[in-house]
Ligand binder design. Structure first.
Ligand SMILES: [Zn+2]
Length: 224
């Protein structure tokens, strides 16, 4: 049977979460969550998500929506404030699968250059204690300290979401889809297109998966 994942997107609407240095946590959470959703769906996973735009998104409603979706795994996306440094991940401590997932996410986040404050248990956080599926709550980085440099652009935030997705896929035992290979001539066009339009790596990754990416790069590279 197909695998199912629910993503809770922290805050939103009248509740922006942490705000510092021009970053709003509700926006950062959404960018990370949507990147995770895209990567999971590309691998054939059915994804439920608590919001896909900036709107009110109460925790009680998230928990209800998540339990109704009955996912195999549940990930809540937050970012941090309070002047610390590093990623952290919360679990209830009662579910060994949630702990495994948290540790996989921690490894993937270290792989994109973020340090970790560790996997922590909480008996009070609603998400990890009231969601029926194995659930984790990720705090990616601190918005209000120099730690923000690991996540202060949309491209860096998408890298977090993609790291979370890799960990989720590994936990589910679902293979990541192979990226199509481009011929050398098309690779030269690709390089030109990226420089010319200043596309970031995750945009290029998206274009690489277009069924006619080689023709697309040729046209864009040659366009006046
Ligand atoms: Zn938050």
């Amino acid at each position: 049977m197909g695998k199912r994942v629910f993503i809770g997107v922290g805050h939103g609407g009248s509740d922006p979460g942490a705000c510092a240095n021009g970053l709003r946590e509700s926006d950062v959470n959404l960018t990370m969550a949507l990147a995770m959703k895209t990567a999971l769906e590309r691998a054939g996973v059915a994804v439920g998500i608590s919001r896909t735009r900036d709107e009110n998104d109460r925790l009680a409603e998230e928990i209800r929506a998540c339990n109704a979706f009955a996912p195999d795994l549940a990930v809540e996306v937050h970012n941090n404030a309070g002047g610390g440094d590093g990623f952290e991940c919360f679990i209830s401590g009662k579910n060994p699968i949630a702990r495994q997932l948290a540790e996989r996410i921690e490894r993937e986040v270290k792989g994109i250059g973020q340090n970790s404050r560790g996997v922590k248990t909480s008996t009070t956080l609603g998400w990890v204690n009231k969601v029926s599926a194995p659930a984790v709550l990720c705090e990616g980085f601190f918005l209000d300290s120099p730690d923000r440099l690991i996540g202060d652009t949309a491209a860096k935030q998408r890298a977090f979401g993609e790291a979370y997705a890799r960990a989720v896929l590994a936990q589910l035992g679902v293979a990541e889809p192979a990226k199509p290979q481009l011929a050398p001539a098309a690779q030269a066009d690709r390089k030109r297109v990226q420089q010319r339009f200043a596309f970031d790596d995750s945009t290029m990754d998206f274009l690489d998966r277009h069924p006619f990416s080689a023709a697309l790069y040729a046209r864009l590279a040659a366009a006046k």
